[in-house]
Ligand binder design. Sequence first.
Ligand code: C2E
Ligand code: CA
Ligand code: CA
Ligand code: CA
Length: 263
Amino acid sequence: MNKNDLSAFQLKSNLRKALKENQFVLYYQPKINTETGTIIGVEALIRWIHPEKGMINPATFISLAEESDFILLLGEWILNKACNQIKEWEKLNIKIPIAINVSIKQLLKQDFATLVSKKLKEFKISSEYLEIEITESVLSSNESLVRDAVSKLRNMGIKVSIDDFGTGYASFMYLKQFQADTIKIDQSFISHLPTSQVDTAIVSAIITLASELGINVIAEGVETQEQFNFLKDKGCSQLQGYLYSKPLPPNEILLLLRETEGR
Ligand code: C2E
Ligand code: CA
Ligand code: CA
Ligand code: CA
């Protein structure tokens, strides 16, 4: 094993312990309506607060979790935590949806829709407050399983987006495979707007595609006013990114939500 493999191995064997010892935290990043500038929802993004290594980003450990069935355990924890947060905010009269990231493996390996349905009942949450972003790090071999899971979720009233659209294995295929509510344009297409000719063409095309399909479109990773202006001009109705806010821990997102309440 080389040094990288070794540290990956160490992290991987630490995941279960980390879950038991409550080392994971959900951060929240607002989603903005491009026209009005108001917060229309938040995305939950997981962080691992390691006792020695400090904060570890999900890019490092989600793929490790996906290599084993640990992602199922972690996914359940995330779902639970998000439901808890929805409840907390409801008490404070803050009513916005939380979107959680769900890897395709969770849809394939368990009856995710039934799990969600149980959670909503357990927490007494209306389905409009929980949303799903489907991330695709693996090529899904079982189309009908994915289709069934998504249609079950949508029939329950849960909105589903295709995350990182344009990257990975099956973005366009997903559009044929299941009905999505939203396409999320990956930040790799946003970061070189508006100068890159290729990226402006791709982003414009995705926005047109979404509009022709009658589905929502959101851009992630919006960092500059120029990117914002371009997206607004092209009719991208929602966006997310450092320009507005980084992902924030629960206490800080609460301040932001309160500050902007009723705007
Ligand atoms: P993603 O779903 O595409 O999330 C967007 C990533 O871009 C997040 O990184 C976010 O912090 C970052 N980001 C947001 N705005 C900006 C910006 O303006 N500029 C830049 N440079 N970056 C921005 P993060 O939090 O490190 O998450 C990375 C990926 O890990 C996520 O990508 C998602 O695929 C995965 N992930 C995160 N949380 C979860 C989770 O709870 N479950 C699962 N299955 N995957 C997760
Ligand atoms: Ca996402
Ligand atoms: Ca993603
Ligand atoms: Ca992305």
